[in-house]
Design a protein around this ligand. Structure first.
Ligand SMILES: *Cc1c(COP(=O)(O)O)cnc(C)c1O
Length: 351
């Protein structure tokens, strides 16, 4: 049963979007979708003009961090077919994060109806080609204006959109973080929690100081086993085309939907895939001996991002410039978006 959504239309966008020169996440949709939770249930839901929220300084999300988000994309094919990629999987992960932060579950009908009505109000935002996309950002947070430390009794879910192009323009350098930690087993590393990002920013600054664009995190216990980048999962490619990625069993890694899609594509290509612990020493040793030939990150924003070098313990470890496996998997990923490759039919959700 579709959820009932009130629609309040915003005026049309005053100026056209220049798709060739998009800054990431700076242009917003004219509308946003809002749902509120109180008295033990989800209340009115609406699509309304995009505008600032009015919040008490006591808003508990600001003090105690009950705040999480999601990120996924909607596309338009050249024939005009519009779709969202894997919305149900993102909804499931939203609820996984919500559970970890003691926040109420968001019903699928509510989530998908909000999204659908929002996209229908924003059809003008769909890009002309598959190089560009609409990035969908749900943010979900606690709104109780009291200072008691306990799960909030009221919450707000807001979904809005931003048009995006390719995230990083070139290959990137990664800084291996050997002092700070992102997540420990039993912690919040598997939740897409706002605070995980705040905690990663300092490492991002260290990375920048070394000429790198991203941090590669190691396990919190020994700083030995590779976990992921701050906003992407990590894959290693061996010379024999075997793919290695850290296993989710560590309980510290974000379960990337792109990671999952790439694993599917790799199996379809007949590549061998190992989801296992991989130590930074194994990585460095195998780069040195030419046995690891590619490293790439995966995430909704960038899809597949080849890594050019690792900065580890004051040395730079270069990777070969050619990234055939990353390119092949990216081509397959795009073929799924184009509709030329099947994938799982549930992944393509028509608008
Ligand atoms: C969102 C995110 C990813 C990528 O997940 P996708 O579902 O592929 O976009 C990876 N790592 C972290 C820490 C993330 O927050």
């Amino acid at each position: 049963m579709p959820w009932s959504i009130t629609i309040q239309q915003a005026p049309p966008r005053p100026e056209a979007i220049i798709w060739e020169e998009l800054p990431f996440g700076r242009i917003f949709s004219q509308h946003m979708a809002v749902a509120e939770y109180k008295d033990g249930k989800w209340q009115e839901a609406r699509v309304q003009p995009f505008e600032p929220l009015s919040l008490s300084p006591g808003t508990s999300a600001l003090h105690y961090g009950q705040a999480l988000f999601e990120g996924f994309k909607a596309y338009q094919r050249p024939d005009g077919f519009r779709f969202v990629f894997r919305p149900k999987d993102h909804w499931q992960r939203l609820n996984h994060s919500a559970h970890r932060l003691s926040m109420p579950e968001v019903p699928y009908e509510l989530f998908i109806s909000l999204l659908h009505h929002l996209l229908l109000q924003e059809v003008a935002l769909f890009p002309p080609n598959l190089q560009h996309a609409i990035y969908i950002r749900p943010v979900y947070f606690a709104t109780d204006p009291w200072l008691g430390v306990r799960p909030s009794e009221t919450y707000m879910l807001v979904i809005y959109l931003t048009p995006v192009g390719p995230y990083y323009k070139d290959t990137i350098k990664a800084y291996v973080e050997t002092e700070l930690s992102r997540a420990a087993s039993g912690g919040t590393g598997t939740a897409k929690m706002a605070g995980n990002y705040a905690a990663a920013l300092l490492s991002g600054r260290k990375a920048q100081a070394k000429g790198c664009q991203v941090s590669l995190w190691l396990d919190a216990f020994q700083h030995e086993y590779v976990e992921e980048f701050s906003t992407m999962n990590v894959f290693f490619v061996q010379r024999d085309s075997t793919l290695i990625t850290p296993s989710l069993e560590r309980g510290t890694i974000l379960q990337g939907i792109t990671r999952d899609t790439i694993l599917y594509l790799a199996y379809e290509r007949g590549l061998s895939v190992e989801e296992r612990d991989i130590s930074i020493h194994e990585v460095i040793e195998n780069i040195t001996h030419g046995r690891i030939t590619e490293i790439f990150g995966t995430g909704t924003a960038a899809t597949i991002m080849p890594i050019q070098s690792l900065f580890y313990e004051d040395k730079v470890w270069e990777l070969p410039p050619h990234t055939p496996i990353a390119q092949m998997l990216l081509t397959d990923y795009k073929a799924i978006l184009q509709g030329d490759l099947k994938g799982n039919p549930e992944w393509i959700w028509p608008v």
